[in-house]
Design a protein around this ligand. Sequence first.
Ligand SMILES: [Ca+2]
Ligand SMILES: [Ca+2]
Ligand SMILES: [Ca+2]
Length: 397
Amino acid sequence: MFKNTTTFLSIARAVSVTTLILVIWGSPAYAVQWTESPDAGDLPGTAQVTSGPANEALTTISGTNSGTQDRDMYKIRISNPSIFSASTFGGDTGLFDSALALFDANGFGVYMNDDGFVNVGDSMLPASHPLGPSSPGIYYIVIYNSNETAPASGAAVSLSDLIFPIPQAPFTQVLGPTGGGGSLPVSGWLAADVFALNAGYQINLTGAEPAEAEGLVDLSGTVETAGGTGLCAMVLASGKFIFSCNPNGPFSLTGLSRANDDTVKRQVYVDGFFPNIQVLTDSVSETVVMTRSGTCPSYNTPSNPGVFPGSAGKRIDISGSVLLQDKQTPICAMVLANGQFMFSCGGSGSYALNIPLDSNGQFKLQVYADGFAPTIQKFDEFSAINDVRMARSIECQ
Ligand SMILES: [Ca+2]
Ligand SMILES: [Ca+2]
Ligand SMILES: [Ca+2]
């Protein structure tokens, strides 16, 4: 609690009644119990990132408030905003008078509390509170000593930079970001007296999950030409795929599982460009710059599809083999036709797909392989069986 505004961040506490509230929570079987290690930072950029198995509840965070300058911020995922709550235990120990504050993914204040109950220093962010989080996603929760420090924005130097108002007696209010600095994201901390505490605390949570699911990878970014123009691409990784075509460029694939060697292979395919295939070791958001294939020799007989609007939408079976140049050497390639795809990697280079015909009664057979020129041809339903011959990328100019 802050004693009052005129003795900002006063150490003195009018009343200190320690009450032990023991609550036995029914814990899910694989609930994640997070322990601070090493000291958690105090801003979103340095917050400790909680992690654990995907889709498991994060039920507790345990740590140490080593002193009045120690604010511990944790990155969490709120999976169920309607039941989200946080309450401290051990947040009223000796001189430690905890406060809890929640910030959204961009560092903007959501709500805070000093004392959950009158004359009890433990803090509580209650469930179903009108100031509470309304949408699921990433948030930052921070525990700090309410008597000596408070989150601020902007230059973070004066009381007018405080994100939340200073709690007033009896210090049980749940406060929104209505302080003078509440319209900006947290950028620093005001501080008063400095002394050591070394108080252990536990934060009990409901409606929360670890911020990062262990083992799973998120890939996002933009597919572009070297000149920065967004491209309509097929982006594929770990069996999931997306087309970056609405608008051209941006893509996002989340929750990707890793291969046995802990990597994820990101494959990007665009008509007229060489495939861009990269093996990644972790989540990444970046621009994927594609290289035009230029002029490449063709080992295929030019196709000459007819126009059959009456066959639009009709599904047909297509098949064939992907082969090297004019030889019988099979190639492991990605075969895409009218939204359906497969890999010709079974050893013989063969592919078979059931596809819908487009508005002209045709299909566009796109074949991509790392190190080869993309081969794009159009056919009609009367040319459903096609071997596709690939030129090496080094043959292109
Ligand atoms: Ca700490
Ligand atoms: Ca800390
Ligand atoms: Ca308190």
